[in-house]
Ligand binder design. Structure first.
Ligand SMILES: C[S@@+](CC[C@H](N)C(=O)[O-])C[C@H]1O[C@@H](n2cnc3c(N)ncnc32)[C@H](O)[C@@H]1O
Length: 336
């Protein structure tokens, strides 16, 4: 017991010395491994696994003192929203805390992974729809880890003029996205929190790509349910006010209307207090489009929005709503 505590102390010390790395211990049959994985894809080594703590320390030596971008609070040993979601989407092997939390949810509600994939498929269809209507500027707020096809890939497949600003509050997401998208000259990645929309909208990187006087498409996909209700309402209202007539708003969110309340509780537990999980009613989600015309079929389950041949669940205990709205004129702007 004392030995385990001493190793935990060592790992804590190492995390302080190598803040750009997540470092943990993994118990495998017959052996204990120590694993480090960088939070920045621009750092070498990317990942190290060894049975010897001293060896791990030596391997990381070139990165001693190199900082993770921004505060580490959201990328600590607690489960991470973006990585759990990536695991549900792609099965990519995440860190143990993310995997454990994500698997706990899947064990009780396996449909969650399908809903995550249906959400991404809705994103593709919605972005394509908007790009086909002549929109070339996109702001994807709460963008998550880059996953293909991403917004810029879909939009550019319709119009090569498309430009995309990705924004996320998680420094690990921002660092990964910047590293992976560095070669894309029509893409910028911003560290911003949608609870303070100005942290996204006033970032100078926006001016590199976005003409503020012209219509844009703002995406708030699978992010608003991580905010307390009043903060989500205020954030969406601020984005709506900022958008010029002719702009499009794409939103998806989990809803309490028709979702098994036990799933919402399970998700709350899984995130371990890193974010609230707020199930809003479909009427409350519909109100986020105030002053916008909802594109048919309106606010529906993400898998039912212009689905084509895409996946539809036979039954699901999870409802996940998506909609696309167009701002028609200044006179119809929300007073909020
Ligand atoms: C479930 S992922 C969704 C990713 C992507 N939008 C999608 O729908 O595929 C949620 C993302 O929202 C981010 N997020 C949560 N709260 C946020 C906030 N207040 N401001 C900005 N990003 C936030 C998380 O860090 C995470 O990357």
């Amino acid at each position: 017991m004392a030995e385990v505590a001493a190793v935990s102390d060592d790992l804590t010390v190492m995390e302080a010395e190598f803040p750009a790395y997540d470092i943990w211990r993994e118990e495998l049959p017959g052996r204990t491994m120590y694993v480090a994985r960088t939070r920045r894809r621009d750092l070498n080594p990317y990942s190290v696994a060894t049975q010897d703590l001293g060896e791990l320390c030596d391997a990381l030596e070139p990165a001693r003192g190199v900082r993770a971008e921004g505060p580490a609070a959201l990328t600590s040993a607690r489960p991470n929203i973006a990585r759990m979601y990536e695991y549900w989407l792609t099965g990519t092997d995440p860190r143990p805390p993310d995997r454990a939390a994500a698997d706990d949810v899947l064990a009780r509600f396996p449909e969650v992974a399908e809903v995550a994939r249906a959400n991404r498929a809705f994103l593709s269809r919605a972005v394509r729809y908007v790009a086909e209507r002549g929109i070339t500027q996109f702001i994807d707020a709460g963008s998550g880890l880059p996953t293909s096809p991403n917004v810029h890939e879909v939009a550019c497949s319709v119009t090569p003029a498309a430009r995309v600003v990705y924004a996320d509050r998680d420094p690990a997401v921002v660092a990964h996205a910047r590293a992976m998208l560095a070669a894309e000259n029509k893409v910028r990645v911003v560290a911003g929190d949608i609870r303070t929309p100005s942290s996204v909208l006033n970032d100078p990187a926006l001016d590199d790509l976005i003409d503020r006087g012209k219509p844009v498409c703002v995406l708030l996909m699978s992010v608003l349910h991580f905010l307390p209700a009043a903060e989500a309402d205020a954030a969406v209202a601020r984005f709506r006010r900022w958008m010029k007539p002719g702009s499009y708003l794409i939103i998806s969110a989990g809803t309490s209307s028709g979702t098994d309340p036990e799933l919402i509780n399970t998700l709350r537990n899984a995130y371990h207090g890193t974010a609230p999980v707020t199930g809003r009613t479909s009427a409350e989600i519909g109100a986020w489009f105030e002053g916008f015309d909802l594109v048919p079929p309106g606010l529906v389950n993400v898998w039912a929005w212009r689905p084509g041949n895409s996946w539809r669940p036979a039954t699901s205990r999870a409802r996940f709503l998506g909609g696309v709205g167009r701002k028609t004129s200044e006179s119809r702007r929300s007073p909020t």
